[in-house]
Design a protein around this ligand. Sequence first.
Ligand code: IMP
Ligand code: MG
Length: 190
Amino acid sequence: MQVIVDKRKVVEDKKMAETVRVLLSEADVDKRIEELGRKISEDYAGKHVHLICILKGGVFFMCELAKRISIPVSMDFMCVSSYGDGTASSGVVRIAKDLDETIEGKDVLIVEDIIDSGRTLSYLIEVLKKRNPSSLQLCTLLDKPDRRVCDVKVDYVGFNIPDEFVVGYGLDYAQKYRNLPYIGVVEGVE
Ligand code: IMP
Ligand code: MG
């Protein structure tokens, strides 16, 4: 009995020690998304852009970005999971939820939270190309170029960041912190 109580105390202590250091403030992120929205509106002028949000991490970014795009927008959602240990992707990608609508003949812009090894997106881009979109581009809020294993052409990048595990603005650590309105680094975890 005593042992169980002690173990619980250790877990609680670790939780208390977990903090998030701000890497990019809410104002930094908002400003950059505004710039991206303007650039996308210019680049796609006269067209209709079909945004594909990669769930779950891309959802906060896509909502904010879509609000700042001044040309016609439609949206769809896809959920992909890569079998990994939570902080590193394994390269094996599974489509957990596919798109609701066809992308054939559409100007598709994939909206992703972060490109790390590039494995998820290089796989996804190949899958989506086969569905004959009129064009296919990629927009990511964050990019960790130092971590790249697979070559991925990123058309729009919010911020290049160093090789640190980040949370907030849709990004999670063990499903936590997605709702933070800024990007931070979790500290105090093993
Ligand atoms: P990739 O296949 O290695 O490029 O991994 C991409 C996915 O891993 C992202 O869409 C995220 O879901 C997750 N990921 C990679 N780096 C981080 C991070 O620093 N914080 C949270 N999730 C991350
Ligand atoms: Mg993601």
